[in-house]
Design a binder for this molecule. Structure first.
Ligand SMILES: [Zn+2]
Length: 412
């Protein structure tokens, strides 16, 4: 029988506003920002001068009064639910600050990518929401959404946002039931690199998508053009949007690439091991390459975390200081050095032939699961063995000082 789990699932869809909706949204975004800033100023004053804690509820009473003032009559044009959510968000921001989880809340700038939230009235939800067909929001009417997938749950809250390239999105999350995948005893370790973004211990290599390189070149030249323009000028603004669009494109491509791989791997393997986000060995790399690596690794982990939870898989994380690329996956001898240029090597202790990345992926799994066969035993899995690889390539004999082998019971 398939196991079912209930979880909050987040959705985001591109949305194409009409001219009237753009005008209305600009007004709502501005009003929401004004209320955030006004409330923040009011609170800060109360807190710093009178040492009093006031809340969003207190300010919403003030707001009712402010709306009656002639000079602030424009506040009435924005739906009350938008203000209620702004004040609720600020309450949360302050709660995080007092609990020392976050810094003191900041004023929102005009240039900040804006977002507002609407609470959906569940008594009349049928008139306002139907997945794949209809979303109607107070003050805006029906939205033209590109439904790229079909949510099965019903959202309580809708976020409308505009990103820095001027694209509009609606985002929400709803409670959904997800059927777990049938249990499986396969396991893999994953090494994240620059030449191949993903390498598994079974020898699968994802490559590094070419289009990313192409966009990176474009990004560089667009940024150069931006730096030559007068900051704040009209042309500078236009160029800034161009740069933002390339950034968004790179981000989307990478997300797509990673999503396809994580979904596939989660389907295929019952247990997945990845390395912790680390800085070892990559600090000396160029900035762009390094940030690419970190972004990929961080995002990969995020995706694996929720996908393994959804589908009933196990995720193991190798310690960030584990010498995964320096350890021979066959005899567990640890090499003292392993320069990045070495792609293939022969273990001077046991003579095993290694592809650098595949060996590292094998060791990621070994370190993540504690290198103990018991970790695998309950899944009926044999301890991983070093693979005999027959990949072409130059063999580089490396000079190494051997540290004593780690004490492990398996792979011996
Ligand atoms: Zn060896």
């Amino acid at each position: 029988m398939t196991k079912l789990i209930t979880t909050q699932r987040a959705y985001q869809f591109r949305y194409y506003p009409t001219a009237e909706q753009v005008t209305a949204l600009n007004q709502y975004f501005g009003a929401a920002r004004w209320v955030w800033n006004a409330c923040l100023a009011w609170r800060s004053h109360a807190y710093k001068v009178q040492n009093e804690k006031v809340t969003g509820v207190d300010f919403s009473r003030e707001l009712t009064f402010l709306k009656t003032l002639e000079s602030l009559a424009w506040l009435k044009a924005t739906p009350a639910t938008v203000y209620a959510q702004v004040l609720r968000d600020q309450d949360k921001a302050f709660a995080n600050f007092f609990a020392k989880r976050a810094k003191y809340p900041r004023f929102k700038k005009r240039t900040h990518a804006p977002a507002i939230r609407f609470a959906l009235d569940h008594r009349v939800i049928k008139n306002n929401y139907c997945a794949g067909q209809l979303l109607k929001l107070p003050g805006l009417g029906v939205l033209n959404i590109r439904w790229s997938r079909l949510p099965t749950g019903i959202p309580k809250m809708i976020t409308v946002r505009r990103d820095s390239c001027g694209h509009y999105f609606v985002a929400f999350s709803c409670e959904e039931t997800i059927a777990q995948l049938p249990a499986n005893t396969n396991s893999t370790g994953i090494d994240v690199g620059l030449k191949d973004v993903i390498v598994t211990k079974q020898g699968y290599k994802s490559g590094n998508p070419r289009y990313l390189r192409r966009y990176q070149r474009r990004l560089k030249s667009a940024q150069r053009r931006l730096s030559r323009k007068q900051k704040g000028s009209h042309r500078w603004q236009q160029q800034r949007v161009k740069v933002a669009r390339i950034h968004a494109k790179i981000h989307n491509c990478r997300q797509d690439f990673l999503h396809k791989h994580t979904t596939q791997l989660v389907r295929q393997y019952g247990a997945i091991s990845i390395e912790d986000l680390n800085i070892k060995g990559l600090v000396k790399n160029r900035h762009l390459a390094k940030s690419m690596h970190d972004a990929a690794l961080g995002e990969l982990r995020r995706q694996f975390e929720y996908k393994t939870a959804w589908y009933g898989r196990d995720l193991f994380i190798a310690d960030r200081f584990a010498p995964t690329s320096k350890t021979c996956s066959k005899c567990k001898a640890v090499m003292s050095i392993m320069p990045l240029r070495i792609r293939y090597w022969i273990c001077p202790v046991c003579g095993a032939f290694h592809d650098r990345d595949v060996n590292a992926a094998t060791e990621v799994e070994d370190y993540a699961t504690g290198g103990r066969p018991e970790c695998y035993a309950h899944r009926g899995q044999q301890a991983p063995s070093a693979q005999q690889l027959t990949l072409p390539g130059m063999l580089v004999p490396i000079e190494v000082r051997i540290k004593p082998a780690r004490q492990t019971d398996c792979h011996g």
